[in-house]
Design a protein around this ligand. Structure first.
Ligand SMILES: Nc1ncnc2c1ncn2[C@@H]1O[C@H](COP(=O)(O)OP(=O)(O)OP(=O)(O)O)[C@@H](O)[C@H]1O
Ligand SMILES: [Mg+2]
Length: 445
């Protein structure tokens, strides 16, 4: 007997296309144009799989999915949708969707997913805890794969290793996994690279009073602080070998000792680690192979921004909203410029460039010329060495210095004429006046 598939899709054309193709492939298809019909048909049971759109005219497919997890936990549901946003993907995977396919979809790929679904019904656990969504942006196929992995990881306690270049969003991904997991548990981040190596052990495992010079009181370690929550070990590749051995033991049986104390402590924390360095076992990796496999039971690779340029417009919009102040937009040529750039510093760099540009320019529509991307930010410039940077790294203070300098130069070139200086600076006169007042500069109209 052929497998029965319920296709819930409100777009008639898509529905007919799916019906045709699935019937051809040997499935018995029952179409439903909305949540109401779907509920009615589902009452008859007998389905082997459900293909369901998320945004339905008479309701939300995600809600129906959640209902189904209660009433038919073994029925595989494949979500098909035009939305490509992270929150929905995570929620769908978490609510136990078998898989998630975005439109426009490749029918052959969809058939493969369906084939898998019918053969191996999933019984993913229901997870209804509503979490504060992390503002994660991205709808490229590469990031959808990441959101799916986040949804899956959130439903389990296995160690997760997140890899990816600097600034790709590894920490955000770690937080998203945590936030979509059990509520009211701590998220404890430890940046191993930021700690002096002599302190890493006591920071992680805690120490007994008098364990070493300076250990004036007993101190709780981060493992203990994490309790049943998440311990986020950032820059894990920087962990020194003796501590890798100690960490391996915690991963094996939860046991460890405080520094200067031999009694056994037990960790119940969920371990998420991250690194921008190569850690896959082999030459170049600083991680013990056995530790790698323990940490990377689930591995999530966050792709560099240049490999998912489709996310750039979404990120730009999100960051422009976050900057606050007047509503801003980016002109088409400017967006083209941003999309063509290689972004060696990934999302972090994109964010900084937008923040900086919003401070430097008051134009409502930011143009290509407002974004200086070529040389200075094209590659990690050697000139921008830590030594050459100013003592005080406060971005706003430094930008103010630059701004003041440029205004002075413009006023000088314009012979003190403020209207002309504003033109040279590409800002509105009112803003120039405000800045001049702020910086105590003088000029004339
Ligand atoms: N998908 C995203 N949506 C929104 N903001 C993002 C996204 N990815 C990264 N960001 C932002 O980019 C910045 C860098 O992200 P994050 O700190 O998570 O990167 P990372 O991979 O941990 O970098 P590093 O290896 O340097 O520690 C943060 O300000 C973060 O908010
Ligand atoms: Mg990080």
């Amino acid at each position: 007997m052929s497998s029965q598939v319920l296709v819930v899709e409100d777009d008639r054309l898509t529905r007919v296309r799916l019906e045709e193709r699935l019937s051809e492939a040997g499935y018995t298809v029952r179409p439903a144009e909305g949540v109401r019909t779907a509920r009615r048909l589902l009452a008859d049971a007998g389905f082997d799989a459900v293909l369901m759109d998320i945004g339905l005219r008479d309701g939300d497919g995600l809600q129906l999915l959640e209902e189904l997890r209660g009433s038919a936990p073994n029925l595989p549901v494949i979500m098909v949708t035009g939305y490509g946003d992270s929150e929905r993907t995570i929620r769908a995977m978490q609510a136990g969707a078998f898989d998630y396919v975005t439109k426009p979809f490749d029918l052959d790929a969809l058939l493969q997913v369906l084939e898998r679904a019918v053969r191996a019904p999933s019984a993913a656990p229901v997870d209804e805890r509503a979490a504060d969504p992390t503002p994660l942006v991205g709808a490229s196929p590469a990031m959808l794969a990441v959101w799916k992995a986040v949804g899956r990881a959130a439903g389990s306690r296995v160690p997760v290793l997140i890899t990816g270049e600097s600034g790709t969003g590894k920490e955000l991904v770690a937080r998203a996994i945590h936030e979509h997991g059990p509520a009211d548990r701590p998220f404890v981040p430890v940046n191993i690279a930021a700690l002096p190596s002599s302190l890493v052990e006591s920071e992680l495992f805690g120490h007994e009073r008098g364990a070493f010079t300076g250990a004036v009181a007993r101190r709780e370690g981060r493992f203990e602080a994490a309790g049943e929550g998440t311990l986020f070990l950032d820059e894990i590749a920087d962990l020194e070998l003796p501590l890798q051995t100690k960490l391996l033991r915690v991963l094996e049986d939860g046991g460890y000792e405080r520094v200067g104390d031999s009694s056994r402590m037990e960790s119940h924390a969920r371990i998420i680690s991250a690194t921008a360095r190569p850690v896959t076992p082999g030459p170049g990796s600083t991680l013990r192979e056995d530790l790698y496999y323990r940490l990377a039971v689930l591995r999530i690779d966050v792709p560099p921004l240049r490999e998912r340029r489709a996310d750039i417009p979404l990120l730009v919009q999100a960051f422009l909203r976050q900057v606050g102040g007047p509503t801003r937009a980016v002109s088409e040529p400017a967006m083209a410029k941003l999309m063509a750039f290689s972004w060696p510093g990934n999302v972090r760099q994109l964010r900084h460039v937008l923040e900086q540009t919003c401070i430097m320019s008051t134009a409502e529509v930011l143009d290509a010329s407002d974004f200086a991307l070529e040389s200075s930010q094209g590659a990690p410039a050697p000139a921008a060495s830590p030594e050459a940077a100013p003592e005080d790294l406060n971005l706003r203070a430094n930008l103010e210095r630059v701004e003041r300098h440029l205004i002075e130069v413009a006023l000088e070139r314009a012979g003190g004429n403020r209207a002309q200086a504003a033109r040279l600076l590409g800002i509105r006169r009112a803003l120039l006046y405000a800045r001049m007042l702020q910086f105590g500069l003088r000029g004339e109209d």
